[in-house]
Write a protein that binds this ligand. Structure first.
Ligand SMILES: Cc1cc2nc3c(=O)[nH]c(=O)nc-3n(C[C@H](O)[C@H](O)[C@H](O)COP(=O)(O)O)c2cc1C
Length: 445
């Protein structure tokens, strides 16, 4: 049996076979304007109404104004892209092969849910922490990056001085474009670390280690994920050379980025922290630096030779994390080199809880550091909650550098600091030691 429902509006024509659909009630007639409350009646605006709304400001084009307008690291990246020639921008922004590792690493930080605590007193937030025996004002330091003065002429000087001002460590790369001594002089009160590409040619390594110790570096970070160079396909496509060559393509590109080229051509030519001047493709240079014959015996030699903190960067499995600690490392950097070496490599953020669990079981206090994919302060907070003692940023600071030199690096650090303080307050914690894995749920699908 079917029910027939009569339309309530006698004017509505029932559609054929629409017996089950009730007709909509007729709209109520709009109230006459005299019945409207005073606040809803239209009137001609008075000047006194408009004056407080009019906030026309003179447009500002200074570097500071440009940087202030960026409120995320992604926005600094946008500015960097506009101001930097394609080859050095892509060298920084790009990763190996299909760039799958880098995409996954960034996505891993997004695939979480924070679990906040409410009604906690979070009127002051303390972001300081201790790493490798010394205090850092923020739980993040600057990762080693090569060729930095090619991205923007202030390069390593901007990075080390911004880190010094922010009270965080700065790591100079073996392939840095300023010498160990010049960085030490530029940031004399900074905490400078040195990143080493170890060679089986021990005299070559020894010379660098001695220079780093003499210049006051308290930590040596040996990078071990570079047996050979990764396939950075953007560099191949761009015909990237160091220094950038003046070809028809780069000259055309220069016409859109005159400030970069002016800076580049009017400053001291690129020299390397540890190498003599070099002209050739990036891959050739990297291949000449990387040593595929290295083994754990070389790490033992380094441990005996270097008296300061020894950190091994490029750890991608729990077994290797444990093994380097057994060989005397004071800390590990869970890293896949920003996705620039092996594509489809393990994601450090995924590896972190397992390494934390293993180190707790082994009762080791070796520091767990993490990099790759960090683009916001919330990423850093998530890593700390899941067991990282410290984090490092590569591209995030380089985008700032390319967007505005030293001031741009300052802006990156300022954005990350604000993000971290806000995220922690919203999570209901006021210091880093209060963060626990309970604050983060990793979403699985
Ligand atoms: C342009 C560039 C150059 C790099 N050069 C070095 C290097 O010379 N030595 C090294 O150990 N890692 C190097 N890295 C890797 C970084 O130290 C770090 O592991 C990586 O950038 C972290 O990922 P993120 O960029 O997503 O923060 C470089 C990374 C970039 C982006």
């Amino acid at each position: 049996m079917t029910h027939t429902i009569q339309p309530t509006n006698p004017e509505a024509t029932p559609a054929p076979d629409s017996t089950d659909i009730p007709a909509a009630p007729a709209p109520a007639a709009a109230p006459s304007s005299s019945a409207l409350p005073a606040a809803l009646k239209r009137r001609v605006p008075r000047y006194s109404d408009l004056a407080p709304l009019m906030q026309f400001k003179k447009p500002e084009f200074s570097r500071e104004a440009r940087l202030k307008r960026a409120s995320t690291v992604w926005e600094l990246r946008d500015i960097a892209k506009r101001r930097t020639p394609k080859a050095p921008f892509d060298y920084t922004d790009g990763a190996a092969e299909g760039e799958i590792t880098l995409r996954r690493a960034r996505q891993a930080f997004l695939d979480i849910e924070f679990r906040p605590g409410i009604l906690r007193n979070v009127s002051t937030i303390d972001l300081s922490t201790a790493v490798l025996g010394k205090k850092s004002r923020l739980p993040v330091g600057i990762a080693p990056t090569g060729f930095t003065r090619m991205m923007q002429s202030e390069g390593e000087y901007a990075g080390s001085q911004a880190a010094e001002a922010a009270g965080i460590p700065y790591t100079l790369s073996t392939m840095g474009t300023a010498s160990i001594e010049d960085v030490a002089a530029a940031a004399p009160n900074g905490r400078n670390w040195f990143q080493l590409y170890l060679w089986t040619d021990r005299d070559r390594s020894l010379e660098l280690i001695e220079r780093a110790a003499k210049a006051g570096n308290d930590t040596l970070m040996v990078t071990v994920d570079t047996a050979v160079a990764g396939a950075r396909l953007r560099d191949v496509r761009n015909g990237m050379t160091i220094p950038p060559a003046l070809t028809l393509k780069t000259v055309l590109d220069a016409s859109y980025r005159p400030a970069w080229w002016f800076n580049f051509l009017t400053h001291e030519p690129l020299t390397f922290a540890s190498l003599s001047r070099y002209t050739g493709t990036v891959a050739d240079l990297i291949n000449s630096m990387f040593d595929p014959t290295l083994t754990f015996e070389d790490l033992d030699w380094l441990r005996e030779t270097w008296k300061g903190n020894l950190v091994v960067k490029g750890i991608q499995t729990v077994e290797d994390a444990r093994r380097v600690v057994d060989h005397g490392a004071d800390g590990v950097v869970l890293s896949n080199h920003g996705g620039r070496q092996l594509d489809r490599a393990p994601i450090p953020f995924h590896l972190l809880p397992e390494v934390k669990q293993a180190f707790t079981a082994d009762n080791t206090d070796a520091a767990i550091m993490l990099d790759t994919g960090i683009m916001s302060g919330a990423d850093i907070v998530a890593a700390l909650a899941l067991g990282a003692d410290f984090t490092l940023i590569g591209r995030a600071y380089l985008y700032g550098l390319m967007a505005g030199g030293r001031a741009g690096v300052d802006r990156t650090l300022e954005i990350l600091e604000k993000d971290m303080a806000r995220t922690m307050a919203l999570l209901g914690v006021s210091r880093i030691s209060e963060l626990t894995p309970d604050h983060v749920r990793v979403l699985t699908n």
